[in-house]
Design a protein around this ligand. Structure first.
Ligand SMILES: Cc1cc2nc3c(=O)[nH]c(=O)nc-3n(C[C@H](O)[C@H](O)[C@H](O)COP(=O)(O)OP(=O)(O)OC[C@H]3O[C@@H](n4cnc5c(N)ncnc54)[C@H](O)[C@@H]3O)c2cc1C
Length: 258
């Protein structure tokens, strides 16, 4: 059996360059170039490394506007066989609930056996999307994954997970959603020929809300998150002091006002 591995990749503003709008205190997304969410490189590497071991097809998916296409091209340059842009004006204002639903329906439509995601994004950072995909589809989930070992005979994926105080080795039956721990899968470089192909000849397939049968279940109106307010917090001034020994440390700690 050929496994279909679908990788979620998201375009985010480059957080090295993003500024804050001084009037609103909100992120000024237009001030920064758009890049692939860095943890999604780990997700791509994890997916491609499974495909190195089993007969598999790797497909990248992104939910976003057409301007997100470059992240799909990057995924194809890294080695993905195909990529899908899930795009529709109906998605505007979607929070993590409809985003997860959309990606879950797309994973189903693509006949995914494994969905691989990053740990979280650098612009919203909820980490809710991978478990959301699993919940919407009733699939198994493996989070904080550090290592993956496919078991094609058993139809399972075995993972080593980073858990508080140690590591856990756990097997999940397919289909399964994986969120990989950031920094655990160093992304392979894109080859020159793949880069040229991805940038010049590759066109991603497209899926709309209508095609996924969820036109009434996405967008701002059905998003349960409400932003109650925003405030800018001034950085706390930290006191620095060099002490000679442990006794010298105790007094300054006692003296700290809480
Ligand atoms: C009320 C509200 C309105 C919003 N409106 C908008 C809006 O209009 N436009 C907008 O861009 N955002 C909007 N957002 C943010 C949007 O909800 C989140 O960006 C989105 O749900 C993903 O959540 P996250 O970034 O926390 O993902 P996480 O859960 O932190 O992501 C984990 C992993 O899931 C995968 N993943 C996440 N998102 C995607 C994606 N889109 N495609 C493919 N894979 C993905 C990636 O592998 C990623 O590493 C809104 C949020 C709220 C609360």
């Amino acid at each position: 059996m050929t496994w279909t591995i679908v990788v979620g990749v998201k375009q985010v503003p480059d957080d090295d360059e993003i500024g804050i709008d001084p009037d609103t205190g909100r992120l000024d997304r237009a001030s920064a170039p758009a890049v692939m969410n860095p943890p999604d490189r780990d997700a791509l590497e994890a997916a491609l490394s499974i495909a190195d071991e089993v007969d598999a097809r790797v497909v990248a998916m992104t939910m976003g506007p057409p301007m997100a296409t470059p992240v799909l091209e990057e995924a194809v340059a890294m080695g993905c066989d195909d990529a899908v842009l899930i795009t529709d004006r109906a998605f505007a204002g979607s929070d993590t609930w409809p985003t997860s639903l959309t990606l879950a329906r797309a994973a189903e439509a693509l006949d995914a056996d494994v969905v691989v995601c990053g740990e979280e994004t650098t612009d919203s950072s909820t980490g809710q999307v991978p478990p959301g995909i699993a919940a919407h589809n009733g699939w198994a989930q493996l989070t904080y994954v550090e290592e993956l070992e496919p078991d094609p005979e058993g139809g399972r994926l075995i993972a080593t997970r980073d858990v508080e105080g140690g590591h856990e080795r756990v097997a999940a039956e397919l289909p399964v959603v994986v969120a990989v721990a950031y920094g655990e899968f160093e992304a392979r470089p894109a080859g020159l020929h793949r880069k040229i192909y991805a940038e010049n000849d590759f066109e991603p397939a497209q899926l709309t809300a209508e095609e996924l049968g969820i036109a009434d279940e996405v967008g701002l109106a059905v998003s349960p998150t409400a932003v109650g307010g925003m405030e800018t917090v001034e950085p706390v001034e930290r006191r620095g002091e060099v002490v000679d020994d442990v006794d010298g440390l105790v007094e300054p700690i006692r003296g700290v006002e809480t």
